[in-house]
Ligand binder design. Structure first.
Ligand code: ZN
Length: 150
């Protein structure tokens, strides 16, 4: 049986090589930008919401493998979900990414996003993974529409 960590690495590399939903939504209802100066990752997130459901999500940007894969998987994870479900998912992702090593809770329920569960062991890469989630907060909330991890 292949190592779970290897599977996760493959998943991240696959999303980096061929990011999903890498495009702009011209008539989006929500958008925001994020920047991680530590690594130089930039992301612009687009959401199209209808009746509190995200019917489409996409991103543009440039950054390292982790930030690109994180944005790609975020768009896949939120499409078809209600905004309140997305907020709940975002909380769980935040907990997973900032957990102490070995403290992982309920990774099974995270689906593909569990690929990032190992990132918390590399504190300098956590911001690469969380950038797009902070950007999601900005897009959905009343916060500044441009966020920085610093
Ligand atoms: Zn990065």
């Amino acid at each position: 049986m292949p190592d779970l960590r290897e599977l996760y690495q493959e998943l991240i590399l696959d999303h980096e090589k061929s990011p999903r939903n890498l495009r702009k939504i011209e008539d989006c209802s929500h958008e925001a930008s994020g920047f991680n100066p530590v690594c130089g990752d930039k992301v612009r997130l687009y959401l199209a919401c209808r009746d509190e459901v995200v019917v489409d999500a996409s991103f543009e940007g440039s950054g390292c493998a982790i930030s690109t894969a994180s944005a790609s998987m975020l768009t896949q994870a939120v499409i078809g979900k209600r905004v309140d479900e997305i907020r709940e998912l975002r909380c769980r992702v935040g907990e997973m990414l900032t957990a102490s090593p070995g403290e992982h809770t309920d990774i099974e329920s995270m689906g593909k996003l569990a690929a990032f569960s190992g990132v918390c062991e590399f504190p300098n890469r956590v911001k690469c993974a969380t950038l797009v989630w902070h950007t999601l907060d900005a897009a959905l909330g009343s916060k500044e529409k441009s966020v920085s991890t610093e």
